[in-house]
Design a protein around this ligand. Structure first.
Ligand code: PCA
Length: 156
């Protein structure tokens, strides 16, 4: 089992959320919501309006997301879906808990304000102009930015 912090299209209400709850991809369980302890730029880039957390600590915002407990099958699925290691790199990030609901056996119980760690899909290999794009604290594909995510199924 591993923990993954999702901040983009995998969050609840976002276009790829359903993929984490397709049992053929493995298992995922919501543990809680959190902010990154450090600031990072969360930008929307490329012709498909993909959200990227740039691995530039100290710049941007403390990014909001959700922590899930995933089995190895789901972790492999997500690595593949996020094109690790070419498009995203999976690294550990420090997080500050906002809300915690995880009650499973073997899982620690955390409270708001506690610091924890989880894997995050961030990128160290970005285009030179990406760090100067607008950055967001909380991703929403349907936000006022107007940069709606183009799903895999809709790409040509
Ligand atoms: N999916 C991953 C990384 C960005 C994205 O769209 C996530 O939601 O965390």
């Amino acid at each position: 089992m591993s923990r993954v912090f999702v901040y983009g299209t995998l969050k609840k209400g976002q276009p790829n959320y359903f993929r984490m709850f397709n049992s053929t991809n493995g298992k995922a369980e919501f543990l809680g919501s959190a902010f990154t302890s450090e600031k990072y730029p969360l930008v929307i880039a490329g012709k498909y309006n993909i959200p990227f957390l740039l691995n530039i600590p100290g710049q941007g915002h403390r990014v909001h997301g959700e922590i899930y407990k995933v089995d190895d099958k789901m972790l492999n699925f997500l690595d593949d879906f996020e094109s690790v290691p070419t498009m995203y790199q999976r690294t550990l990030a420090k997080l500050e808990v906002k809300e915690w609901v995880g009650q499973t056996e073997g899982e620690e119980t955390l409270s708001p304000g506690n610091i924890t760690e989880a894997f995050v899909y961030s990128t160290t290999t970005y285009q030179p102009d990406w760090p100067s794009l607008p950055s967001y604290e909380s991703y929403d594909s349907h936000g006022d930015h107007g940069l709606e995510y183009v799903t895999r199924e809709a790409r040509d």
